[in-house]
Write a new protein. Structure first.
Length: 172
Protein backbone atom coordinates (compact mmCIF):
# COMPACT_ATOMS: atom_id res chain seq x y z
CA UNK A 1 0.00 0.00 0.00
CA UNK A 2 1.34 3.44 -0.93
CA UNK A 3 1.93 6.19 1.59
CA UNK A 4 -0.45 8.98 0.62
CA UNK A 5 -0.25 10.88 3.91
CA UNK A 6 1.68 13.77 2.35
CA UNK A 7 -0.87 14.33 -0.46
CA UNK A 8 -2.94 17.52 -0.38
CA UNK A 9 -5.95 18.75 -2.34
CA UNK A 10 -5.58 21.49 -4.91
CA UNK A 11 -8.85 22.22 -6.65
CA UNK A 12 -10.23 18.88 -7.84
CA UNK A 13 -6.94 16.98 -7.70
CA UNK A 14 -4.76 15.27 -5.11
CA UNK A 15 -1.22 16.63 -5.35
CA UNK A 16 1.87 14.63 -4.38
CA UNK A 17 4.52 17.15 -3.23
CA UNK A 18 7.92 16.98 -4.88
CA UNK A 19 10.64 14.97 -3.18
CA UNK A 20 14.17 16.45 -2.81
CA UNK A 21 15.54 14.16 -5.56
CA UNK A 22 12.76 15.34 -7.87
CA UNK A 23 13.65 18.99 -7.32
CA UNK A 24 17.35 18.22 -7.80
CA UNK A 25 16.74 16.34 -11.05
CA UNK A 26 14.35 18.80 -12.71
CA UNK A 27 15.45 22.01 -10.99
CA UNK A 28 11.89 22.87 -9.93
CA UNK A 29 8.91 21.61 -7.96
CA UNK A 30 6.90 19.43 -10.32
CA UNK A 31 4.59 18.09 -7.58
CA UNK A 32 4.46 14.79 -9.46
CA UNK A 33 2.00 16.29 -11.93
CA UNK A 34 2.80 13.55 -14.44
CA UNK A 35 0.84 11.09 -12.24
CA UNK A 36 -1.91 13.56 -11.33
CA UNK A 37 -4.83 11.49 -12.67
CA UNK A 38 -3.48 8.25 -11.24
CA UNK A 39 -2.85 9.79 -7.81
CA UNK A 40 -6.25 11.50 -7.67
CA UNK A 41 -8.15 8.36 -8.60
CA UNK A 42 -5.98 6.20 -6.36
CA UNK A 43 -6.59 8.43 -3.34
CA UNK A 44 -10.37 8.41 -3.99
CA UNK A 45 -10.30 4.60 -4.12
CA UNK A 46 -8.12 4.22 -1.03
CA UNK A 47 -10.26 6.61 1.03
CA UNK A 48 -13.48 5.14 -0.39
CA UNK A 49 -14.52 8.74 -1.01
CA UNK A 50 -17.98 9.03 -2.55
CA UNK A 51 -18.51 12.72 -1.79
CA UNK A 52 -19.52 15.45 -4.24
CA UNK A 53 -15.87 16.51 -4.39
CA UNK A 54 -14.91 13.01 -5.59
CA UNK A 55 -17.52 13.17 -8.37
CA UNK A 56 -16.17 16.57 -9.41
CA UNK A 57 -12.61 15.22 -9.36
CA UNK A 58 -13.68 12.26 -11.50
CA UNK A 59 -15.28 14.64 -14.02
CA UNK A 60 -12.07 16.72 -14.20
CA UNK A 61 -9.97 13.58 -14.66
CA UNK A 62 -12.36 12.52 -17.45
CA UNK A 63 -11.82 15.85 -19.21
CA UNK A 64 -8.05 15.44 -19.00
CA UNK A 65 -8.22 11.90 -20.39
CA UNK A 66 -10.60 12.98 -23.15
CA UNK A 67 -8.10 15.70 -24.15
CA UNK A 68 -5.20 13.23 -23.76
CA UNK A 69 -3.40 15.40 -21.19
CA UNK A 70 -1.60 14.28 -18.03
CA UNK A 71 -2.21 17.55 -16.15
CA UNK A 72 -4.32 20.73 -16.66
CA UNK A 73 -2.96 23.75 -18.52
CA UNK A 74 -2.60 25.86 -15.38
CA UNK A 75 0.06 23.43 -14.10
CA UNK A 76 2.30 23.97 -17.13
CA UNK A 77 5.71 25.34 -16.19
CA UNK A 78 8.42 27.15 -18.07
CA UNK A 79 10.68 24.11 -18.51
CA UNK A 80 7.98 21.77 -19.80
CA UNK A 81 8.57 20.69 -23.40
CA UNK A 82 6.31 22.27 -25.99
CA UNK A 83 6.55 19.32 -28.38
CA UNK A 84 7.22 15.62 -28.13
CA UNK A 85 10.21 16.04 -30.41
CA UNK A 86 11.87 18.45 -27.98
CA UNK A 87 11.18 16.09 -25.10
CA UNK A 88 12.69 13.12 -26.94
CA UNK A 89 15.71 15.14 -28.09
CA UNK A 90 16.49 16.34 -24.57
CA UNK A 91 16.24 12.77 -23.23
CA UNK A 92 18.57 11.53 -25.98
CA UNK A 93 21.14 14.24 -25.21
CA UNK A 94 20.97 13.33 -21.53
CA UNK A 95 21.50 9.60 -22.25
CA UNK A 96 24.50 10.46 -24.45
CA UNK A 97 25.94 12.55 -21.58
CA UNK A 98 25.92 15.68 -23.74
CA UNK A 99 23.84 17.65 -21.22
CA UNK A 100 23.63 17.53 -17.44
CA UNK A 101 20.58 16.65 -15.38
CA UNK A 102 17.38 16.70 -17.36
CA UNK A 103 15.58 19.96 -16.73
CA UNK A 104 12.77 18.93 -19.06
CA UNK A 105 9.86 17.19 -17.37
CA UNK A 106 7.60 14.75 -19.23
CA UNK A 107 5.42 15.89 -22.10
CA UNK A 108 1.83 16.57 -20.98
CA UNK A 109 0.39 14.47 -23.83
CA UNK A 110 2.59 11.39 -23.24
CA UNK A 111 -0.09 8.98 -22.06
CA UNK A 112 0.16 5.53 -20.50
CA UNK A 113 -2.40 2.93 -19.47
CA UNK A 114 -2.09 3.62 -15.71
CA UNK A 115 -4.35 6.70 -15.53
CA UNK A 116 -6.99 5.01 -17.69
CA UNK A 117 -7.06 1.86 -15.57
CA UNK A 118 -7.27 3.77 -12.30
CA UNK A 119 -9.89 6.09 -13.76
CA UNK A 120 -12.12 3.17 -14.86
CA UNK A 121 -11.77 1.61 -11.41
CA UNK A 122 -12.82 4.89 -9.79
CA UNK A 123 -15.79 5.09 -12.17
CA UNK A 124 -17.03 1.74 -10.87
CA UNK A 125 -16.60 2.89 -7.25
CA UNK A 126 -18.58 6.09 -7.85
CA UNK A 127 -21.10 4.37 -10.15
CA UNK A 128 -20.29 6.69 -13.08
CA UNK A 129 -20.18 4.02 -15.77
CA UNK A 130 -21.05 6.46 -18.58
CA UNK A 131 -17.48 7.83 -18.39
CA UNK A 132 -16.09 4.40 -19.30
CA UNK A 133 -18.06 4.41 -22.57
CA UNK A 134 -16.98 7.95 -23.44
CA UNK A 135 -13.27 7.63 -22.63
CA UNK A 136 -11.30 5.36 -24.93
CA UNK A 137 -7.74 4.17 -24.48
CA UNK A 138 -5.45 5.33 -27.34
CA UNK A 139 -4.64 2.67 -29.92
CA UNK A 140 -0.89 2.74 -29.18
CA UNK A 141 -1.63 1.61 -25.60
CA UNK A 142 -3.71 -1.35 -26.77
CA UNK A 143 -3.36 -4.59 -24.81
CA UNK A 144 -5.90 -7.41 -25.20
CA UNK A 145 -6.51 -7.83 -21.47
CA UNK A 146 -7.09 -4.14 -20.86
CA UNK A 147 -9.40 -3.86 -23.86
CA UNK A 148 -11.36 -6.94 -22.71
CA UNK A 149 -11.63 -5.59 -19.16
CA UNK A 150 -12.95 -2.21 -20.38
CA UNK A 151 -15.47 -3.96 -22.64
CA UNK A 152 -16.58 -6.10 -19.70
CA UNK A 153 -17.16 -2.94 -17.62
CA UNK A 154 -19.26 -1.42 -20.39
CA UNK A 155 -21.38 -4.50 -21.10
CA UNK A 156 -22.10 -6.74 -18.14
CA UNK A 157 -22.23 -10.23 -19.62
CA UNK A 158 -22.14 -12.32 -16.44
CA UNK A 159 -25.30 -14.21 -17.44
CA UNK A 160 -23.71 -15.28 -20.73
CA UNK A 161 -20.56 -16.29 -18.88
CA UNK A 162 -22.55 -18.47 -16.44
CA UNK A 163 -24.38 -20.12 -19.37
CA UNK A 164 -21.07 -20.88 -21.13
CA UNK A 165 -19.59 -22.21 -17.90
CA UNK A 166 -22.60 -24.47 -17.29
CA UNK A 167 -22.35 -25.71 -20.86
CA UNK A 168 -18.65 -26.52 -20.52
CA UNK A 169 -19.18 -28.26 -17.20
CA UNK A 170 -22.02 -30.33 -18.66
CA UNK A 171 -19.74 -31.48 -21.49
CA UNK A 172 -17.24 -33.05 -19.08
Amino acid sequence: MRDTSRFYKEGFFWIDPSQPWDIELYGKRTNNKFDLIFNTCDKIIMDNDTSEWAHGALYNCAELLRNRRRWPYYMDQEGDPKTRLWWRLSRLLYWLYLIGPVKVYGHPKRMSRDPFINFFTTCTLLDQMHHIKNITIPWWLYRPNTWRWRRRLIKDNRKDYVKRLDYLRAKQ
